[in-house]
Design a protein around this ligand. Structure first.
Ligand SMILES: *[C@@H]1O[C@H](CO)[C@@H](O)[C@H](O)[C@H]1NC(C)=O
Ligand SMILES: *[C@@H]1O[C@H](CO)[C@@H](O)[C@H](O)[C@H]1NC(C)=O
Ligand SMILES: *[C@@H]1O[C@H](CO)[C@@H](O)[C@H](O)[C@H]1NC(C)=O
Length: 444
């Protein structure tokens, strides 16, 4: 055990020092100003009881109503003391901090029959799982600015099991709730909180800007359906760093709307930085897509440490999506045990309805993946573009993916062009163009 951690430590030092791209000390704290809240209230002032049985919906709504209407200069901090505060879903308001003390738990009730419904997102045209509206996220923010969720690593608990079982037994009526969603909001900071057992995606910023998520822990069982960690969606200037995520679906997935609805809404995801994420999942570590219809560009992911994964890095889209995925830089990824190291695919995910346009082909261009080290990886990589829209400018450099005994397969490529440098195992012929080294190094 001691030997193992020493070698991992040595490895990560090497990975850091050998990297010419990215700075391990870089941080996005400071991008969203952290305001000091002079005004402080406690949930207990509004009748909140942390006994794990009392339903505190009224207390949360009253406290937030007070923040919204008294509008104290500099905003207000809502303190959640140690204890288990059961509640129905509630809306946040602008200029507030939700502060969870050590040992504070905000826990969702399980009465799915009573859960409020909201409109589908215009860029999805319907709920992601089922037609029609969708259940409101457990903690919801719509049209807000200057909101902080932080504290001393208290917990926001979705008690998702009842929802996962409805999904398993096909008894859901509408799309399951996210644990937290911010929609049309800006200047959001989420830090030092534990999220657990989300019914569906954990943290979903959609149509947002200037969002910082760091020092969070996100946990859900490996077999919990669709419990993505963080899904920035049609949002820009988002920074996610220094977090541990272990869930039943993608750890971080960048999205931008679904087929004809996403194309019509036309809201890209751009300028998103993901760094120093550690975790584990049967799906992907860093994912882009598959909902990419508003376009996804200018993404950096670096210093990602993964174990027991489905796929290390997964870029996924489909026909009918339109949009684009371009200028993506992923570097310094360590993967221990995965089905695939790298997977880029044009045939992933479903369609909202049969009215998608089969001629709306996504453009995938300028994907640079550098310095990836994998051990016990069953398939090095698969890069399969679309016949009518080949993926171009795919550049792989300094990639070492070591297979497990007897089950090793090498790269599989089609409808793709690009370059490679120091890739082991030897990449597919499509990526073996001459002059590759120049192209790769000039773009990093
Ligand atoms: C919470 O916000 C949603 C979406 O903006 C809205 O439909 C709902 O009425 C709000 N609920 C309450 C209790 O204010
Ligand atoms: C909370 O957890 C994060 C992530 O594990 C850690 O970086 C941070 O130091 C912890 N903060 C506190 C106040 O315990
Ligand atoms: C991109 O986002 C970062 C925060 O992650 C911010 O500092 C920077 O100014 C943004 N760049 C542009 C061009 O908006």
């Amino acid at each position: 055990m001691w030997r193992l951690s020493v070698s991992i430590f040595l490895f990560s030092c090497l990975a850091v020092s050998s990297s010419s791209f990215g700075d391990s000390e870089a941080t996005c704290s400071g991008i969203v100003p952290l305001r000091y809240r002079y005004d402080k209230i406690s949930i207990t002032d509004f009748g909140g009881v942390g006994d794990g049985r009392t339903v505190n919906t009224k207390a949360f709504r009253a406290a937030i109503y007070r923040i919204q209407h008294l509008k104290r200069r500099g905003g207000t901090l809502l303190y959640i003391p140690p204890g288990v505060y059961l509640t129905e879903s509630f809306n946040l308001t602008s200029h507030m901090t939700l502060y969870l003390a050590k040992g504070a738990v905000i826990r969702a009730v399980q009465d799915t029959w009573n859960w409020p419904l909201i409109d589908p997102l215009p860029s999805y045209g319907r709920g992601r799982e089922l037609p029609g509206g969708r259940y409101m996220s457990f903690i919801h923010g719509d049209g807000l600015r200057d909101v902080v969720i932080t504290g001393q690593n208290g917990t926001i608990d979705g008690q998702g099991e009842v929802w996962w079982n409805m999904w398993r037994s096909r008894t859901l009526k509408y799309t399951r709730p996210n644990l937290i969603e911010f929609k049309d909001s800006k200047e959001i900071i989420i830090s030092n909180v534990i999220f657990q057992n989300s019914p569906f995606w954990n943290i979903h910023p959609v149509y947002c800007s200037n969002v910082v998520i760091h020092h969070v822990t996100i946990l859900a069982p490996q077999d919990s359906p669709n419990t993505d960690g963080i899904d920035p969606d049609s949002s820009y200037n988002v920074c996610i760093e220094d977090s541990y995520i272990s869930t039943g679906d993608d750890l971080v997935a960048i999205k931008s709307g679904w087929d004809q609805y996403g194309i019509a809404y036309g809201r890209p995801s751009s300028n998103i930085t993901i760094r120093r994420i550690t975790g584990s999942s049967p799906f992907a570590g860093i994912a882009i897509g598959s909902e990419t219809s508003g376009g996804i560009k200018n993404i950096i992911a670096e210093h990602i440490t993964l174990s027991n994964m489905g796929v290390g890095v997964n870029i996924k889209t489909n026909i009918g999506r339109g949009g684009y995925i371009k200028n993506i830089k992923i570097s310094d990824v360590y993967v221990d045990t995965a089905k695939y190291g790298i997977k880029i695919a044009g045939d992933t995910g479903d369609h909202p309805d049969e009215n998608y346009n089969p001629n709306a082909l996504p453009v995938v261009k300028g994907i640079h993946i550098k310095n990836v080290w994998g051990v016990n990886v069953r398939n090095a990589g698969s890069i399969q573009g679309l016949k009518g829209s080949p993926f171009t400018g795919i550049c792989l450099s300094e990639i070492n993916l070591h297979g497990s005994l007897n089950s090793y397969k090498t790269w599989k490529c089609s409808d793709v062009s690009g370059t490679s440098l120091k890739v082991s195992p030897w990449p597919c012929s499509e990526l073996r163009t001459t002059g590759g080294s120049n192209l790769c190094s000039s773009t990093f």
